[in-house]
Design a protein around this ligand. Structure first.
Ligand code: BGC
Length: 347
């Protein structure tokens, strides 16, 4: 079978489509046919910066963590049957789970000894067949079709909203999303579903990103300079506009960083007195998310099931067969989500 493999550390990695051994079936795991793989910034960053930890016993890794697959074989008593659509959680607890991992909150791992499929120390889902422990599988409603591959990235923003729902003083007020990539647009979708007046900022003047914002419907702004006023809930999804995100958060409002801070982004100096005033006197909440657990996958799945199917299709601007995987990694400022079809099977 074919898989997207990645090898090389430190100065960049080499991505290859190669023939690898079929997974050896086990008595506990689902055998899954890979249908689709989403490509995200983490994959691009692994290619650019190298593999941090390869799979045990070798110097390479199968790439990919945004998955959609179909069960080919399910162990008895697993609650899955052949034909079921599934996606897989990304994180696995470390062998000596910390208290949070032991409770299933893998996203809150305290000791950092977790692994992540396709990212850190474990093969990913970029293969035509793979094994998936049913404890880390999430059932996908066939009504979602190819959009089932969006459950994992949506799980990250579902976690952001889990936090903003508690922290933002005025639910249903004004929401600001910085960045109209896949994460930003999915964050905007969940804001819209919560009844917020949604504003999205990106750099482009037109194209699919702008069309997706307007179709939600939400208001599109080209550049932060064109924004007016403050916002009750702010999601920073670019990694470059953290300062703007902080200053646009209203009193009693909440900010969630979803993309972290890009290396090399201009940060200036931090005025701790201003930050403590903003947090205490202004009753603001600042938080951040990078990973997710089962409850976030479940919340993401529900959110996608209530979204307009055409809008979800509009997010997947580039869909390529596995043989043309290189096109999936070529930079394209107008592309939103790129999806690789792993087999010819219909979804
Ligand atoms: C994935 C997360 C993962 C994080 C850090 C993100 O792209 O969606 O599941 O925890 O990268 O590796």
């Amino acid at each position: 079978m074919h898989a997207l493999t990645i090898r090389g550390a430190d100065t960049g990695a080499q991505l290859t489509l190669e023939e690898v051994a079929e997974p050896a079936p086990t008595s506990q795991d689902l055998l899954v046919e890979g249908l689709a793989l989403g490509v995200c910034g983490t994959d691009r960053s692994i290619i650019a910066r190298g593999v941090r930890r390869s799979a045990p016993g070798r110097d390479w890794l199968i790439l990919g963590h945004e998955s959609l697959g179909r069960v080919l074989h399910a162990p008895p008593g697993s609650a899955y049957s052949p034909g079921d659509l599934v996606t897989g959680l990304v994180r696995r607890p470390d062998p000596q789970p910390c208290a949070n991992c032991a409770a299933g909150d893998l996203d809150l791992c305290e000791n950092g000894e977790y692994t992540e499929r396709g990212i850190l120390g474990q093969d990913g889902y970029g293969a035509q067949r793979y094994l998936l422990d049913p404890a880390y599988a999430v059932r996908v409603d066939p009504v979602l079709g190819l959009a089932g591959v969006l459950v994992e990235p949506t799980s990250i923003v579902a976690k952001a909203w889990e936090r903003l729902d508690v922290a933002a003083r005025r639910p249903g007020g004004r929401a600001l999303v910085l960045g109209a990539g896949p994460i930003g647009l999915l964050a905007a979708l969940l804001a819209h579903q919560r009844g917020y007046d949604v504003h999205v900022v990106d750099q482009v003047a037109d194209g699919p990103k702008v069309a997706q914002v307007r179709a939600l419907p939400a208001t599109y702004h080209q550049g932060v300079e064109s924004l007016a006023g403050e916002f009750d809930a702010v999601l920073e999804c670019t990694g470059e506009l953290v300062a703007a995100a902080v200053t646009r958060t209203a009193r009693g409002g909440a900010l969630c960083l979803v993309a972290g801070l890009h290396r090399g982004a201009e940060v200036g100096t931090v005025d701790l007195a201003a930050v403590s005033g903003a947090l205490m006197g202004g009753n603001r909440t600042f938080t951040g998310v990078v990973s997710s657990s089962r409850q976030h996958f479940e919340a993401a799945h529900s959110a996608l099931r209530t979204a307009a199917p055409d809008w979800l299709s509009g997010l997947m601007t580039t869909v390529v067969p596995l043989a043309k995987y290189a096109e999936a990694f070529a930079p394209d400022p107008h592309a939103i989500k790129t999806v690789i079809r792993l087999t010819d099977a219909a979804v």
